[in-house]
Design a protein around this ligand. Structure first.
Ligand code: ATP
Ligand code: MG
Length: 587
């Protein structure tokens, strides 16, 4: 990001290059523009908010060749929309950073955060118009945010993480926005089972690493045909060579280097680098022979280790493939690193890029490895007992757009379960929490005798706006419903919220609309942080380049080698003895 303040470094705008006075824009003007833009970004996400939210059709315009636009995504996912919008404006990029931070941290609640930022800034603009100083608004918002966190904490209920019924409520609330109503029960069954089996009990809580669960998207069939597979699955391009369809008691070799003669950079140390003098014809003729010989030697070494299944994240050339095929060995090339590691979780085994060190100790073991064709695509399934936490969800859906969105729903559901495992405190959804916090915040504002009172009230009103959006998206006029909702909360009915399907107010406790408190707290804190940064920007300075661009120095061979080695995943640098599974490092 160039010359933009980071949402977390609250210093405001910090130009780093030469400036010209004529490029300055006044404080008021800059704030008005930034707030207006933030408001538009927030509004963009509003229609997609909540269980009845609509979807955005995102397209990639391939204008250079004059092609028709490509449909890239059909989604209501906050992070996907903000990220796909590809903002070039600094404020837009700040939103993208906030969305990423929230998504990385808690997995959901991105729309809540972004809409809240828009509403808080909208209200801030009105206060600025009425003569309040930005500092007063920031201080008021800060007090409100702190108080809101306190209120949220008091309003939590404990979720029994060992009780499947409670976990189902958490998953259901998180996935509603992305999974169609008629398939939701099936998907809840699936992901609660996946989460339970992929997680482990710890001293104080339960730990779920969602990277343990692979979601394999099959662009065909019905969502209700989706199932949980006890192992790992990968799709692969159909091979030209005949391969066995199933191997029982498989011994799996994990190869993290190319299996061809042109192994450059760090692989040249293994001696399979062909140097030829192209000025001599006989050298060129001999090249193909030499290449074949090298590939065959590599394949020989692998088979000699006892492997009958070979997986590589690099290319395997045809000579090696043919060698494997003749010996009944199943081989898969260009498998992505996360899949390589997933299979490794299931079967054990050690990744290696040195075929000379490959022995039976490096091999993973699987009771059964089998290939299966599903709707014109080939998949390979690995079973194994090494780490029973590794699972795969085979996700069926009518089209690419449909399965992509369902996969995001699964991610939301699993993330919410992960968050409730971390902290079992939950809050009621459907706007019940937001309206309760707003009501208590307004009472708190009345106790404040300074102008900050106005900002605290504005914070409360911004939270009420989230409830109004839930109503609007359900097709209900928010005016009547929100007044009644406020009244019932005033009367102590804290669990009453918006039931968007029947378009009524109902008891969220009875309906089981529960959310992890961590998601709500993250949304509040991230929204305040971003609002603070945007309000603190008082000048926009168009930084001018000095015009002197230093030509890049030519690199030495050693430097090039170092760069290449840095590009190799860290996991490759470990030896057999010192090897630690990548996911074990975090335990
Ligand atoms: N069954 C339900 N009844 C009422 N409200 C619900 C129900 N399920 C979810 N909600 C509400 O929907 C809101 C969440 O909607 P949504 O998932 O669209 O937003 P988000 O989580 O902020 O964004 P994103 O999922 O894109 O990161 C929450 O306020 C939640 O309480
Ligand atoms: Mg959500």
């Amino acid at each position: 990001m160039k010359n933009i303040p980071n949402a977390k470094q609250k210093g405001g705008f910090a130009p780093s290059r030469q400036l010209n006075d004529s490029d300055k824009t006044g404080a008021k003007e800059v704030r008005v523009t930034n707030i207006a833009l933030s408001s538009v970004i927030g509004e963009m996400l509003e229609p997609g908010f909540g269980p009845q939210g609509s979807k955005k059709l995102m397209t990639v315009v391939q204008d250079e060749l004059g092609w028709a636009p490509d449909i890239n995504d059909l989604t209501s996912d906050g992070y996907t929309i903000i990220n796909g919008a590809n903002f070039t404006n600094p404020v837009g990029q700040m939103f993208a950073e906030t969305a990423k931070a929230v998504s990385d941290e808690v997995g959901g609640g991105v729309k809540t955060t972004i809409i809240l930022i828009g509403k808080l800034l909208d209200k801030a603009q009105k206060l600025l118009d009425n003569g309040l100083h930005p500092r007063t608004i920031i201080d008021g918002y800060q007090k409100a945010c702190q108080k809101a966190v306190e209120i949220v904490t008091n309003e939590t209920v404990l979720c029994n993480i060992h009780d499947n019924a409670s976990i189902r409520k958490i998953a259901s609330t998180a996935m509603r926005n992305k999974i169609p109503h008629n398939s939701i029960q099936h998907m809840i069954d699936l992901i609660t089972k996946a989460a339970e089996e992929a997680s482990e009990e710890q001293e104080k809580d339960r730990k779920l690493d969602i990277a343990n669960i692979k979601v394999e998207k099959i662009e065909n069939g019905l969502l209700s045909e989706s199932y949980l597979f006890d192992g790992w699955v990968v799709s692969f391009p159909m091979s030209r060579f005949e391969m066995p369809e199933r191997i029982e008691n498989a011994q799996v070799a994990f190869i993290t280097r190319p299996m061809e003669a042109f192994s450059m950079g760090q692989y040249s140390k293994y001696g399979d680098f062909i140097k030829i003098d192209v000025t001599k014809k006989e050298n060129i003729d001999g090249f193909a022979e030499k290449e074949k010989e090298i590939a065959q030697k590599m394949a020989q070494k692998i088979v000699a280790s006892g492997a009958n299944v070979v997986i590589s994240n690099w290319n395997i050339n045809d000579v090696a493939f043919e060698y494997f095929s003749k010996r009944g060995v199943l081989a898969f090339k260009r498998i992505l690193m996360p899949d390589l590691m997933g299979i490794q979780k299931v079967t054990g085994g050690i990744l290696t890029d040195n075929l000379d060190e490959l022995t039976s100790e490096f091999l993973g073991s699987s009771e059964l490895v089998y290939t299966q064709k599903m709707y014109e695509k080939e998949y390979v399934f690995f079973t194994g007992k090494y780490d029973s936490r590794a699972k795969a969800i085979i996700l069926h859906g009518g089209s690419k757009l449909f399965v992509d969105e369902a996969a995001r729903g699964i991610k939301d559901g699993l993330s919410a379960i992960r968050e409730i495992y971390k902290d079992p405190r939950a809050v009621y959804g459907g706007g019940a929490l937001e309206i309760e916090v707003a009501s208590q915040l307004k009472k708190f504002a009345n106790e404040i005798r300074t102008k900050e009172q106005l900002a605290i009230t504005a914070f409360a009103e911004a939270l009420e706006e989230l409830c109004k959006i839930l109503c609007k998206n359900a097709g209900v006029d928010p005016l009547d419903m929100i007044s009644e909702l406020k009244l019932r909360h005033e009367n102590g009915e804290k669990t009453i919220g918006i039931e968007p399907y029947k378009k009524i107010l109902d008891d969220m406790e009875k309906l089981g609309v529960l959310e992890p408190v961590r998601i709500k707290l993250q949304a509040l804190n991230s929204a305040f942080e971003t609002v603070e940064v945007i309000l603190r920007i008082d000048y926009s300075l168009a930084a001018k380049s000095s015009g002197e661009t230093k030509p890049e120095e030519p690199k030495t061979d050693e430097e090039i080698e170092k760069i290449e080695q840095d590009m190799v995943p860290k996991v490759l640098e470990t030896t057999a003895e010192g090897y630690k599974q990548p996911w074990e490092k975090n335990l």
